[in-house]
Design a protein around this ligand. Structure first.
Ligand code: IPM
Ligand code: MN
Length: 352
């Protein structure tokens, strides 16, 4: 395959982990005889500073014409502490998702046996947990009508039948490829939008007789993730709930720095870590590059290149077992830098 990849490093630790993702992708392409061309674009605070727009037209065009986007992170303290800022780095990420029509965000929550001791949960609870959250990504409160003055503010949690059907379709299909258990997470006891989700899911379920479909309120789901994470196989939920539940899901695996995601839909797919830009750690060479590197594995798998994905997963597993890890995981013993971990994984790929 000839890959054209748009690389968007963004802010904070983004550029540091981006390099590791790019190096790993290049190494895998070399090993398996693919060619790859990386083109770089600006996004987030970096783009606000340089061109005044968190998702400039030029970056959009770059993404549009690429086969895939390798995205890192956006966000900066300067904006976090200023609720009156007119443009925010996060708008770059949201604009990218919306303009590329990336309505389905796939967030796998997998545990690594060598990291069980790092989980805040007891090992016997978290061991073997393996679920995927399918998060709706271009609707709901993130994009509904907003209003804000000094006395009143609101965000609208709007969903159309079309938006709900297409994300549920992705979720049912995903469940068919896994353990055939789908949990639709909503707040149908309170929210009208959730009741429409539930109605449509009930209409669609008979088309998937092999899938066990159940419904769970989001508060209950939040509890169940820490009480009994093995319950879940595929969960599907709206934008806001999915944002919150996947942060929760990520920490039960031992570190937030481990989880990748794929955002897919109408145009170029985007592969990105689920964590943020961690501006406090910028330039310190301590950020865990594994979420970014595993995003590259998801990229290959998206194109049905299973062996390419598998060698990355094998290398990541080996690095964790050998203790070649950044300080978020390695409290005692030798701490490896972002670059060292990336280089170790590249070496592993070359030699196996
Ligand atoms: C994520 C992030 C984003 C989101 C932010 C940075 C806008 O938290 O990808 O989960 O809320 O979707
Ligand atoms: Mn989030």
């Amino acid at each position: 395959m000839n890959f054209n990849i748009a690389v968007l490093p963004g802010d904070g630790i983004g550029p540091e982990i981006s390099i590791q993702g790019v190096d790993v992708m290049a190494a895998v392409c070399q090993k398996f005889g693919h060619s790859v061309d990386f083109q770089y674009g600006v996004v987030g605070a970096a783009a606000i500073e340089s061109v005044g727009d968190p998702f400039p037209e030029e970056t959009y065009k770059l993404c549009k014409s690429a086969d895939a986007v390798l995205f890192s992170a956006v966000g900066d303290l300067k904006y976090d502490n200023d609720p009156t800022a007119k443009v925010r780095p996060e708008q770059g990420l949201l604009a990218m998702r919306k303009k590329l029509g990336l309505y389905a965000n796939i967030r796998p929550v997998e545990t690594f046996s060598s990291l069980l001791h790092k989980s805040p949960l007891r090992p016997e609870i978290v061991e073997g947990a393996d679920f995927v959250c399918i998060r709706e990504l271009t609707g709901g409160m993130y994009f509904g009508e907003k209003y804000q003055d000094d006395d009143k503010a609101y965000d609208t949690n709007a969903y159309s039948r079309h938006e709900i059907e297409r994300i549920l379709r992705v979720a049912f299909d995903y469940a068919m490829k896994r353990r055939r258990h789908l949990t639709v997470v909503d707040k149908a006891n309170v929210l009208a939008s959730s009741r429409l989700w539930r109605k449509i899911a009930q209409e669609m379920a008979p088309q998937y007789p092999e899938v066990t479909t159940d419904f769970m309120y989001v508060d209950n789901a939040a509890m169940r993730i820490i009480q009994d994470p093995r319950f879940f196989d595929v969960m599907v939920t709206e934008n806001t709930f999915g944002d919150i539940l996947t942060d929760e899901g990520s920490v039960i695996t031992g570190s937030m720095g481990l989880l990748p995601s794929a955002s897919t839909g109408e145009s170029t797919p985007v592969f990105e870590p689920i964590h943020g830009s961690w501006p406090q750690a910028k330039g310190m060479d301590i950020a865990n590059p594994l979420a970014q590197i595993l995003s590259v594995a998801m990229l290959f798998e998206y194109f049905d290149l299973k062996n390419e994905g598998a060698i990355i997963r094998e290398a990541v597993g080996a690095s964790l077992e050998k203790g070649v890890t950044t300080p978020d995981i390695n409290e005692s013993g030798r701490r490896y830098g972002t670059r060292e971990v990336g280089a170790w994984i590249v070496d592993y790929i070359r030699n196996h």
